[in-house]
Design a protein around this ligand. Sequence first.
Ligand code: FE2
Ligand code: FE2
Length: 304
Amino acid sequence: MTAAKYLSIFSPASEQQRQENFESYWLFTQQHGGELFEDDKDLAKKRARLKHFQDNPVKLRQPLAAPEAFYRNYIELKDDPKSLDNMTLMLTGMYKFARHEWVGIKGAWDSVPDMANSFTVEDKISRVHLAEEFCHVRLFDEMLRTCGLDKVQWVPLGPVREKIYEQFPKLPGFLTDSPAFVTELMGVTYYCHLHRLLDEILATEPEVRERLKELLDEITIDEIAHVGQRRNFIGPIGMQISKALVKPFYTLFFNDIPEIKHLFDVGQMIEDGTAFDFNKLPDYMVERSWIPSYCKAENAPGIP
Ligand SMILES: [Fe+2]
Ligand SMILES: [Fe+2]
């Protein structure tokens, strides 16, 4: 048996290690996303990648049997989920997950400093992070278009919830860091499970299956880096709180998207989140992503 290369995301880190890791992440993120186009909430390399997908579209061999079922249920589930096929449930559930992400970042974008007013490495990282999240919504939109769904609208959540999402980033870090980290972890967990579901649901649609995986990979690779980056904001007590938050957070969030329990094993997702240590991720993702130094076994104290 070969020794595991990486350690739990909940591994301890000293203040100094965290500072060094912010510097290391900042170098990574600049080359990973390329130039930041602040007015467009976009990044040069991500934009080019999306354009490549848009310029080389693929289509379903067998178009969706009932796109109206998607449009009827994507903002709010109206039909009995048992009456819907798994493809429709996967796509409406995916939209709902991405919509939460979109609402969260929309609120945060206006309340955190822009790049010109970002004077610490943490602020700069957070600005680019948000731009990356906007790119994810565009990639999700492209995933839906690839399935022939080109009339999708990104609809706000309603005034009360929008306000909550807007106020969240203004709270002090000791209150927001753990939830923000667990949210990123939940993203990676969901995307890994979604990746496997694509194989099942699109078994007879190889072109679209591979394209959706490529689009999803673009997102997942960023999210793996976000997990480490958000973990890096948190001290020892916050990490204990974060670990305790995994189960209630995943449960609450996934209960809010009724499609999820029909397609995914939420209990397994909670276990995967709690046990997350990068080792199960494929190499091609890890190579393009970022992992904190203190989650690498080679840097662990006591290893000869
Ligand atoms: Fe994201
Ligand atoms: Fe993220």
